[in-house]
Design a protein around this ligand. Structure first.
Ligand SMILES: Cc1ncc(COP(=O)(O)O)c(C=O)c1O
Length: 398
């Protein structure tokens, strides 16, 4: 099928929940994707911060092929070596106690919310179920995750939402403190707000929130669905600028980059929560099946290498420097910000969609948030020559 036919059939038969680019993709290779007509695009979107190892990475393909021949799925009523190995790796890399495996970011959040409530209610009584979440957050579209997603545009039309969610400003620990009550179970936030516009809090924010949670004996849930798995130049964003064990959440949510494009999510919890969980409290039919686990383990084996992460950090700085040079000549660019390869330009005018379209015409895929922010989340294997190419296209378009 050609692009036109694919778009037509999709729009006829797939529920219209998405605003799509007028673009069909047939093939991917490294940091490039190709349309059915053979047009080549430099992919600085990476399937929405998912394809951290790019497209068709040889080690991921090998793991996928070998595992698919051997075993794909048996359910969580049995054990597999692949799930055991992935769980051991996640526990050892995060320093948390145990993991619940699922299939997406939303599900990893849904598990986090349920497990925090369950453990808190068990310890402190039936009213201790409130979860404080932040303005402009994004945690997913199921009713629980949506109730924690503090953006009106996503919540409108779906009420009544799940009760027990309290809204706090982001990047303001004193404000959080005023909202903690005896009914608070947890504080939930993203280390960098992705869908909220790549908003980076001040460097002490996470440690302050950690201390607040310790003082008030409530759980700290970090949603690293977008920031995790190397995106910011460390395996988890919470490790950035912090001594690993000085700043650790009680619950950590992962998805996106974990499966190199294969659907998988994970919710890691501390020992206290792990000990409060009994069989039957939560479940997922597909979660952590043999194929997903094998691919995720191979992904982690590659991305968790110090040299790989250091390289992400360096390339992120290189990209930021390049963008700042462009900013000097272009008054449309209000602010450049980023950490590792999670980078954004805030515009002075709402012209994001126009810029995305023009970049597309020139063979570069990027993304806009709220039409005012350009977001760049290229595969972590991107090279400086690709970054130069993207900078050149952006410069022309701007
Ligand atoms: C921070 C964050 N949490 C949760 C989600 C939901 O993940 P998914 O779309 O895989 O359900 C997203 C998706 O963009 C996200 O960015």
């Amino acid at each position: 099928m050609n692009t036109k036919e694919i778009i037509q059939k999709t729009d006829e038969c797939v529920l219209g929940t998405y605003t799509r680019l007028p673009l069909a993709i047939k093939k991917g290779e490294g940091v490039f994707v190709y349309s059915p007509e053979g047009k080549k695009y430099l992919d600085f979107f990476a399937g929405l911060a998912v394809d951290n190892l790019g497209h068709g990475h040889s080690r991921i393909l090998k793991a996928l092929n070998e595992q698919a021949q051997k075993l794909i799925h048996v359910s969580n009523l049995m054990y597999t070596e692949e799930q055991a190995n992935l769980a051991e790796k996640l526990v050892s890399l995060s320093g948390l106690s145990k993991v619940f495996l699922c299939n997406s970011g939303t599900e990893s959040l849904e598990a986090a919310l349920k497990l925090a409530r369950y453990s808190s209610i068990k310890a402190k009584g039936s009213n201790a179920y409130e979860i404080i979440a932040c303005e402009d957050s994004f945690h997913g579209r199921s009713l629980g995750a949506l109730s924690a997603t503090m953006q009106e545009k996503y919540q409108t039309g779906f009420g009544p939402l799940v009760p027990g969610f309290v809204k706090a400003p982001y990047n303001d620990c004193p404000a959080l403190e005023t909202l903690v009550t005896k009914n608070t179970a947890a504080i939930l936030l993203e280390p960098i707000q992705g869908e909220g516009g790549v908003r980076i809090p001040h460097p002490d924010y996470l440690t302050q929130v950690r201390k607040l949670c310790d003082d008030k004996k409530i759980y700290f849930i970090l949603d690293e669905v977008q920031t995790g798995i190397g995106r910011t130049g460390s395996l988890f964003a919470y490790e950035k600028n912090y001594e690993k064990n000085a700043m650790k959440p009680d619950i950590l949510c992962l998805a996106k980059g974990l499966g190199s494009g294969f659907p998988i999510g994970a919710t890691l919890v501390n020992k206290n929560i792990a000990d409060s969980i009994t069989p039957g409290t939560h479940a997922s039919t597909f979660g952590g099946n043999a194929l997903a686990s094998r691919i995720a383990l191979e992904t982690l084996n590659i991305i968790s290498q110090k040299s790989f992460l250091l390289d992400v950090e360096k390339k992120g700085l290189y990209f930021l420097e390049g963008l700042k040079k462009i900013q000097k000549k272009k008054p449309l660019l209000k602010e450049i910000r980023g950490m590792g390869l999670m980078v954004a330009i805030e515009l002075n005018e709402a012209r994001g969609k126009e810029i995305v379209q023009k970049c597309l015409e020139k063979g570069l895929i990027i993304n806009t948030i709220q039409n005012k922010i350009l977001r760049f989340v290229p595969p972590l294997i991107v090279e400086t020559t690709h970054i130069d190419e993207a900078l050149d296209i952006l410069n022309q378009v701007l």
